[in-house]
Design a protein around this ligand. Structure first.
Ligand SMILES: C[S@@+](CC[C@H](N)C(=O)[O-])C[C@H]1O[C@@H](n2cnc3c(N)ncnc32)[C@H](O)[C@@H]1O
Length: 203
C-alpha cells in the first residue's frame, strides 16, 4: 500500500536519507541557483520543501542574501534543519496553505511540487502572495512525463499523491498564474535520464 509523502519523508529523516537527497540534487540545484541569483542584486529567499535545509544554509552564506528561510511539511526534516542550523529560519507547514509574512524576491524548490495536492494552485499562490514584483519562482522536477525512467517511482518508493505531468503542463501552470519570461530546460541529461526539468518565471 502506498503511503503519504510526509510520512515517508519523516521516515527518511530518521534514516538520514536526506543527506543522499542533498548529494543527488546538488548539481541540479547548483545550476538553478546560478541561473536565478544574478551576483549583483541583494535578495530574500524561500526554499519550498526544504528537506534538511541544505539549500537555505548554502544560500545564507552568500553576502547578497538578506534573508533565507525553508518550509517543509515533514516535522522531522524541519527538526533536523534546526539542529544543523540553530540560528536559521525553518517552518513546518503544508505548502498548500502556508503563506509568508512578507513577500520575497526568490522562491526556489527542488523535487517537491509533484507531491502537492494541487501544484497549480500553489504556483498561483506563490505568484499572488509570496513574490514581490519582479520576483522569481524556480522549480526543479525529476518526476515528469518525458523522464520515462521516473514513472515507476510511486510504486518503487511506495509513495501516494505523486502527480505525473508533462513539461508543457508544468509550463502552463506558470503561464496561467501570470508569470512572464518563462523558461524551461533540463539539467544533467544522460542516456536514459531526461535530466532535472527546471522551470523559471518572473512576476
Ligand atoms: C524529495 S524531498 C526534497 C527535499 C529538498 N528540496 C532536497 O532537495 O533535498 C521532498 C520534500 O518535500 C516535502 N513535502 C512534500 N509534500 C509537502 C507539502 N505538502 N508541504 C510541505 N512540504 C512537502 C517533503 O517533506 C520532503 O522534505
Amino acid at each position: 500500500m502506498k503511503r503519504d509523502p510526509i510520512d515517508i519523508f519523516d521516515e527518511w529523516a530518521d534514516l538520514d536519507k536526506d543527506f543522499g537527497m542533498e548529494k543527488n540534487h546538488k548539481s541540479s540545484v547548483k545550476g538553478m541557483l546560478e541561473y536565478v541569483l544574478d551576483k549583483k542584486t541583494p535578495y530574500s529567499f524561500i526554499d519550498a520543501g526544504c528537506g534538511n535545509g541544505w539549500v537555505v544554509r548554502s544560500v545564507e552564506r552568500n553576502f547578497l542574501c538578506k534573508e533565507a528561510m525553508g518550509v517543509d511539511g515533514s516535522k522531522k526534516m524541519v527538526d533536523k534543519a534546526k539542529k544543523l542550523d540553530p540560528s536559521g529560519s525553518y517552518v513546518c507547514a503544508d505548502l498548500m496553505s502556508w503563506l509568508p509574512h512578507k513577500k520575497v524576491d526568490i522562491v526556489h524548490s527542488m523535487e517537491v511540487f509533484y507531491y502537492l495536492e494541487n501544484p497549480k494552485k500553489v504556483i498561483q499562490q506563490i505568484f499572488d502572495l509570496w513574490l514581490k514584483k519582479n520576483g522569481r519562482l524556480i522549480l526543479g522536477i525529476d518526476f515528469y512525463f518525458e523522464n520515462k525512467i521516473s514513472h515507476g517511482w510511486p510504486d518503487s518508493c511506495g509513495i501516494s499523491k505523486m502527480k505525473l505531468f508533462s513539461e508543457k503542463k508544468w509550463v502552463s501552470f506558470f503561464n496561467t498564474a501570470g508569470f512572464h519570461s518563462i523558461k524551461a530546460w533540463r539539467i544533467g541529461k544522460l542516456k536514459d535520464w531526461s535530466g532535472t526539468l527546471v522551470i523559471c518565471g518572473i512576476k
